[in-house]
Design a protein around this ligand. Structure first.
Ligand SMILES: [Fe+2]
Length: 183
């Protein structure tokens, strides 16, 4: 499976454009993390791109979310490493992320939400002018974008990243696809 096929499948299974943008943002951060650690960029990117492909199909049911996604990824021809990363990004299943790919997806997922929220409160609503330090400030405001789990984002420590660097990587990765994100 290549990226084009993954995107086609996403288009077939997801209507919400914001959800698609979230998956694109996660993909961008996963590719940046793979670069940072010398990992497989295509593999890590696909895990990010596909991770929420089942959200609409499962209707928000967290007991099936990501199980179906992992199956869909397998059906598309993604390897077990990707399927497992998708499976355990939803902690409802109680499967602790173990590989670096699994851990990276687990902490990258909520970072996209925090960064997007930090952009949307800016006057120009543009990623280009967003500084990592303002995201860092927002990180400490517990009520700001409360859905973006700080605990989960902070798990970047498990892949050997300080929070500050993780946020810089996330902001730069999303700035790189700002046009696709409409931000
Ligand atoms: Fe997600």
């Amino acid at each position: 499976m290549d990226r084009t096929e993954a995107l086609e499948s996403i288009r077939e299974n997801v209507e919400n454009e914001n959800l698609i943008k979230h998956m694109l943002a996660t993909e961008a951060i996963m590719i940046a993390l793979a670069k940072r650690f010398g990992e497989d960029e295509a593999e890590w990117g696909l895990a990010g791109l596909l991770h929420d492909i089942d959200v609409e199909l499962t209707g928000g049911d967290m007991t099936t979310h990501s199980k179906l996604g992992a199956d869909l990824a397998r059906d598309l021809g993604a390897g077990e490493a990707i399927a497992n990363a998708i499976l355990c990004h939803n902690e409802t299943h109680g499967i602790t992320p173990k590989t670096n790919l699994e851990k990276a997806l687990y902490c990258a997922d909520p970072l996209t939400g925090l960064i997007t929220a930090a952009v949307l409160v800016r006057p120009d609503k543009k990623l280009a002018s967003l500084e990592a330090k303002s995201v860092r400030k927002r990180f400490k405001e517990k009520s700001f974008a409360a859905g973006a789990s700080r605990e989960q984002i902070a798990k970047c420590s498990e892949i050997g990243l300080e929070l500050d660097e993780f946020i810089v990587i996330g902001v730069e990765a999303m700035q790189g696809i700002a046009q696709d994100l409409g931000l």
